[in-house]
Design a protein around this ligand. Structure first.
Ligand SMILES: [Zn+2]
Length: 452
């Protein structure tokens, strides 16, 4: 009798385990199958076959960027637009890991839970995806970057819509170059540099040092300094591009005085600098439409005093993604809390995103002061008209030294205009001048901006 009882308990437990496992795997299948089927490692769908019945991809104005005709995936008629939108749309392959045709392939092809990919032909029909990007701005950004490598992103800081996201080098998805894997010209061509590359930020990082100083140093707004073009900070020389003369915080940002900001970083200290950098998105990644971005990095552990000083002007080992740079400018435009960017408007007619606030990057008082300082910087240093004849722009440039006399050209900022609430970041690799190269690129894209 005892044995029978024992066996019954065993059978009961085994049955229980069986059903628990069944439920676990069913739930897993329902939740993740669409993801699994579209994963790049699933060979069944990772060639153009997967796009045989895929839906259309549109820009914000209904311009068709990709569609399937007779089982063939075809892109825009306009080669320039195909190249400008490559990193957002993707090509037939899944080489561009962050592109819509890679990440949202199952939604585009409408993977069906019951039939899998094996729906009868007559029933096969993909979902259309509408993006928030604007074809005219895409085209302008590609022209602005020309043959340079770089990245341009503009987004509406009130709604979160990314209206322009262009990365170079790029290529034509209808005519993929044969030497793409070997020619240096195409180095990193599969990367969307807006999301997946992190660069030395140079003087654009002074916004973060200023934010830390305004919170941590009592004399941040009253201290003044006479810049002769170089000075010893943290035991070694720090240099400016030219002597900046008498500066306070506001003028030091406008003139981009390295010595002033290097001294601020040293006075603030590594721990507190790290705290303010992390609040502004450093040492973490962002999620844009479910896509994880590269990490922006601020790490001064083990740094010498002079290294810490250089970190305050965005040199040393500091790294920044263009998308995070744009989010910082959006936070400043929005009183300290950014609206988070996205680029997918709808999938199969259902709205995909809504306006979402990110974590607060700085308090309102600090954001408002930086707003005014970026306004002043354009006014006295770059010239409002040089920046844009159409919009009132607040900005900060950077010329980020990367060695061998080469520097990346940066500019980040936002428009004050109610009808053009755009925040942006532009980087031209090896451009050597934020003022001379990055601003004209930003201006060219702004001139193509729609009204909102
Ligand atoms: Zn200086």
């Amino acid at each position: 009798m005892r044995n029978v009882e024992k066996r019954s308990v065993m059978v009961f437990l085994l049955t229980l385990a069986f059903f628990a496992g069944l439920i676990y795997h069913t739930v897993n299948l329902v939740m993740h199958s669409a993801q699994w089927v579209s994963a790049p490692y699933n060979a069944h769908i990772s060639d153009s076959e997967g796009l045989e019945y895929a839906g259309k991809i549109y820009d914000r104005n209904g311009v068709v960027l990709a569609q399937t005709i007779d089982k063939e995936r075809v892109y825009s008629d306009d080669e320039e637009l195909r190249r400008a939108c490559l990193h957002v749309v993707g090509d037939d392959s899944t080489n561009i890991a962050t592109a819509v045709q890679t990440v949202y392939r199952s939604e585009l092809t409408e993977y069906n839970f019951v039939f899998g990919l094996g729906l009868p032909e007559s029933m096969k029909q993909g979902n259309d995806i509408k993006l928030t990007i604007d074809s005219e701005m895409q085209r302008a950004a590609l022209e602005a970057l020309g043959y340079n490598k770089g990245a341009i992103v503009f987004y509406n800081y009130k709604t979160g819509e990314i209206v322009c996201m262009v990365s170079t080098p790029t290529y034509d998805p209808e005519n993929i170059p044969e030497d793409i894997e070997t020619n240096d010209e195409y180095d990193g061509a599969y990367l969307n540099r807006v999301l997946s590359s992190a660069y030395t930020p140079g003087s654009t990082f002074k916004l973060i040092t200023a934010s830390a100083a305004l919170n941590e140093l009592d004399d941040a707004e009253t201290r003044s300094y006479y810049c002769t073009g170089e000075d010893e900070v943290g035991g070694r020389e720090i240099t400016c591009f030219e002597p900046n003369g008498e500066v306070d915080l506001r003028e030091a940002l406008a003139q981009s005085c390295n010595v002033f900001f290097a001294q601020l970083a040293l006075d603030i200290g590594g721990d507190k600098m790290t705290k303010y950098a992390e609040k502004a998105g450093f040492n973490s990644t962002l999620k844009i439409d479910g896509i994880e971005t590269a990490e922006s990095v601020y790490d001064v552990s083990g740094a010498s005093d002079n290294d810490l000083a250089w970190s305050g002007v965005g040199q040393y080992t500091v790294l920044e993604t263009p998308i995070n740079m744009a989010v910082i400018s959006a936070a400043i435009a929005n009183g300290g809390t950014p609206v988070m960017p996205y680029f997918i408007e709808s999938i199969g007619g259902s709205k995909k995103n809504s306006t979402t606030l990110g974590d607060r990057m700085m308090d309102k008082d600090t954001a408002d002061k930086l707003y005014e300082m970026m306004d002043h910087t354009v006014e006295v240093n770059y010239g409002k008209y040089y920046f844009s004849s159409k919009y009132d722009v607040c900005a900060k440039t950077g010329t980020a030294e990367i060695g061998d006399g080469v520097a990346h050209a940066w500019v980040t900022g936002f428009c004050k205009d109610e009808d053009c609430p755009l925040a942006f970041a532009v980087i031209v690799e090896g451009g050597n001048s934020g003022y001379g190269v990055a601003i004209p690129a930003a201006t060219k894209v702004l001139d193509a901006a729609p009204t909102f």
